[in-house]
Design a protein around this ligand. Structure first.
Ligand SMILES: NC(=O)c1ccc[n+]([C@@H]2O[C@H](COP(=O)([O-])OP(=O)(O)OC[C@H]3O[C@@H](n4cnc5c(N)ncnc54)[C@H](O)[C@@H]3O)[C@@H](O)[C@H]2O)c1
Ligand SMILES: [Zn+2]
Ligand SMILES: [Zn+2]
Length: 368
């Protein structure tokens, strides 16, 4: 079929919206009609050419939600008409990582996905007979996409898809960092560094876990206001004074849980140093620049602090994204607050500009 899609033709150049060919889903694959797709930092990072693993041409986009249009042979967990959220982090339920409760990093299709291929090593996207590679196994800046069954989470049809799409990346990453990776305990004190999509999700996650005190740190007053709305009890401007301020607020000990959502290694270090002696857990969500390293004075670790990294919030996508969406439907998470701009596929480059200008939390492409 012919579809319209936003193609990264050349790094550091605007995406070009154009018609491409999309082949039928093969065995284990599903054709999804996208209804909505968020514009995330990772799309812009790859488009910029800074990402060492990036390639072009490709169809970007990974924060998608839509409706199943067709299924390939052997697909048993999804049917035509199901509402789905796309998963750049799949869940095969069979590999050694999927069978462990300790990680969400499914191994099943990692290599093929990183190369821009579907699991059988080929692409469904093409232009004039030339294959076009998929991006993050999703390629959702497009009217339709073909994805492996194991990379789609079936969600309640009651969830508006322009809200549900945020659970495909940023929101689940933040919620999950607090709920799954850190496993924040009721009554605890938490500090969240950064109040973008991920940090605000983490604030909401800490609240859902019953944290007593949630401090959010950011540079923007507007975003700190949003953090209060999501459940922060205290807010603070970022800067070199933050660690001392947190220690002072916590009787000199530090916070039970700190969560970093800025991508800055200097802030990651603050997250370690403001975690509590004895049991403080510092969870890192941010993606740092290539070659950057995190400086940690070992004494912080010997005295009982721990550091964890979190990819997609530790969320096992097919099992847990539907549960997070249900919590939204139950009224536990205000997702509307994150949706700042609704744009068309043709305006995708404007989505990048808005992100660069830090105008709003998320721009969502609507395909309606
Ligand atoms: N681990 C994952 O699976 C995953 C998934 C999505 C995004 N990410 C990463 O998470 C990070 C956050 O993503 P986002 O979409 O929320 O980004 P964002 O840019 O919208 O938010 C980052 C926030 O950090 C704030 N900030 C900057 N300097 C600060 C400082 N010194 N102290 C405190 N706050 C400061 C900014 O004001 C901004 O609000 C990025 O690095 C992104 O690449 C990781
Ligand atoms: Zn993302
Ligand atoms: Zn797996």
């Amino acid at each position: 079929m012919r579809i319209r899609a936003a193609v990264l033709e050349e790094f550091a150049q605007p995406l070009v919206v154009q018609e491409l060919d999309l082949a039928e889903p093969r065995a284990g694959e599903v054709l999804v009609r996208l209804e909505a797709c968020g514009v995330c930092h990772t799309d812009m990072y790859t488009a910029s050419g800074v990402d060492p693993s990036g390639y072009a041409p490709t169809v970007l986009g990974h924060e998608g939600a839509g409706v199943v249009e067709a299924i390939g042979d052997g697909v048993s967990s999804l049917a035509v008409g199901d509402h789905v959220v796309t998963l750049f982090s799949p869940q095969c339920r069979e590999c050694v990582h999927c069978r462990s409760p300790k990680t969400n990093l499914c191994l099943a299709i990692r290599d093929q996905q990183n190369q821009g291929h579907l699991p059988d090593g080929t692409t469904r996207l093409s232009r004039d007979g030339e294959p076009i590679r998929h991006f993050m196994g999703t390629s959702t800046f497009a009217e339709y996409t073909v994805m492996p069954e194991i990379a789609l989470a079936k969600v309640s049809p009651e969830a508006p898809l322009d809200r549900a799409c945020l659970f495909a990346c940023g929101l689940s990453t933040g919620l999950g960092a607090a709920m799954f990776t850190a496993g924040v305990e009721a009554g605890s004190t938490c500090v969240v560094f950064g109040a973008g999509m991920v940090g605000l999700g983490a604030v909401a996650g800490c609240r859902l876990q019953g944290a007593e005190r949630i401090v959010c740190v950011d540079l923007s007053d507007e975003r700190l206001q949003m953090a209060r709305h999501q459940g922060a009890t205290d807010v603070m401007h970022g800067g070199p004074q933050v660690v001392d301020a947190i220690l002072e607020m916590t009787g000199g000990f530090g916070a039970d849980y700190t969560i970093e959502a800025t991508g800055l290694v200097s802030v990651m270090r603050q997250a370690v140093e403001s975690a509590r002696m004895g049991w403080g857990l510092a969870t890192m969500c941010g993606v740092a620049g290539k070659g950057e390293t995190l400086d940690v004075i070992p004494r912080y670790l010997i005295t009982g602090r721990r550091v964890a990294g979190s990819s997609f919030g530790g969320v096992k996508g097919r099992d847990q994204v539907p549960l997070l969406v249900q919590r939204y439907l139950d009224g536990d998470i205000d997702v509307d607050a994150f949706l700042s701009h609704q744009i068309s596929l043709d305006e995708v480059n404007r989505g990048f500009e808005l992100m660069e200008a830090q105008d709003g939390i998320r721009s969502v492409i609507s395909f309606g």
